[in-house]
Ligand binder design. Structure first.
Ligand code: SF4
Length: 359
């Protein structure tokens, strides 16, 4: 299946291009108190290391806005200030050097405030993301559409878009998030036919890591497969660093982008005679921060192991009190004793990584 991306215009968040021919960007949001500069920076560093290309921070008050300057100086990725209702915080954040804003101009107290924010955004070359959630749709639109329907979310976002366009501002991104996967998908589909601004896609309040990963995978997968989405955020109730793994797996599974090794592991069955879960977990842990792209297979038996993992660059198949290591489906070594499987395969993996690093 070929995915043909819908054409959008390009917007820059710092030095990271979103939309146009740029890759689908991966982003997340810190869940630290932004006023705690050290904790926030530690999370930004961890996110960047895990593949996050843009980080958003909540700016709740003037003190948080002031802290952005120190955070910006030490952050290795562009930063977006997430602001609700208060135009003064938006202006302070831009003065502190943030690379992007997430603010809805219709909610910041009238024409003069919108003028001030847009003027500052133009002066600082800062794009603005309009972010509509199903819970933030205006009352009149709820009445007209009978609830926070996809069309109501789109109309709500378009009101904010017009406020910016009327002021000659077009450095716009749009998000339309709902906790309902199907509403989210419909809303983005409608918006994608209306405008060519880059779309920031996500399923909001997706849930705890397992449920959230599934919901995000289904929702974002449906959109991306239709060519919709220029940057994505997977929202999980948990450590935002975990969002990176999910985000990159979604992109990888659709053949859109790759980062780090693909780990193919069988589900195990009655034929499995080794601690396959322990083995797969150890391999995943070792490769957590590897960014090189290759395939590792962790299979439960020698009957199907090498065959099923023929395409893997390196792999292991468990047997009765033994294991077989293979490369590209070809057996290269046998390990005796189940207790030796994990340490010896990890050692083989080190050799493999060393060899790749040298070539
Ligand atoms: Fe079962 Fe072997 Fe297939 Fe794993 S590879 S699921 S152990 S048959």
């Amino acid at each position: 299946m070929h995915i043909s991306r819908k054409p959008t215009r390009t917007v820059f968040v710092g030095n990271v291009g979103i939309g146009g021919n740029n890759p689908v960007r991966v982003q997340s949001m810190t869940n630290t108190d932004t006023r705690d500069v050290q904790a926030t920076l530690a999370q930004i560093h961890a996110l960047a290391k895990a593949g996050c290309e843009i980080v958003r921070l909540a700016v709740l008050d003037a003190e948080a806005a002031l802290c952005l300057r120190a955070i910006k100086e030490a952050a290795e990725v562009p930063l977006i200030a997430d602001i609700h209702f208060d135009h003064r915080l938006a202006i302070s954040a831009m003065e502190a050097g943030v690379d992007g804003l997430r603010i809805n101009p219709g909610n910041i107290g009238g024409k003069d405030h919108v003028d001030m924010v847009v003027d500052a955004a133009k002066a600082h070359h800062v794009p603005i993301r309009i972010g509509v959630n199903s819970g933030s749709v205006e009352k009149d639109l709820l009445a007209t559409f009978g609830g926070p329907t996809p069309e109501a979310m789109v109309q709500s976002a378009m009101r904010h878009v017009r406020l910016l366009e009327e002021r000659g501002f077009d450095q716009i991104k749009i998000s339309l998030k709902s906790s309902s996967v199907l509403s989210t998908v419909d809303a983005y589909r409608i918006m994608s036919d209306k405008v060519d601004y880059p779309l920031h896609i996500g399923v909001t309040e997706a849930g705890t890591p397992l449920r959230g990963a599934v919901k995000s995978g289904v929702g974002l997968g449906m959109l991306l497969a239709q060519g919709i989405g220029d940057t994505l955020r997977v929202s999980l109730t948990g450590d935002p660093v975990d969002e990176m793994l999910v985000a990159w797996e979604i992109l990888r599974s659709l053949g859109i982008r790759q980062r780090g090794p693909e780990i193919v592991s069988c589900p195990s069955c009655g034929r499995t005679e080794v601690d396959l879960i322990g083995l797969a977990t150890a391999v995943e842990k070792r490769l957590m921060h590897v960014t090189d792209v290759f395939t590792v297979a962790v299979m439960g038996c020698v009957v199907n192991g090498p065959g099923e993992a023929r395409e893997a660059d390196i792999g292991i198949a468990g047997g009765r009190d033994c294991g077989i290591i293979f490369r590209k489906g070809r057996i290269v070594r046998k390990i005796k004793g189940e207790a030796n499987l994990i340490p010896e395969f990890l050692q083989e993996l080190e050799t493999f990584l060393d060899q790749r690093a040298r070539t």
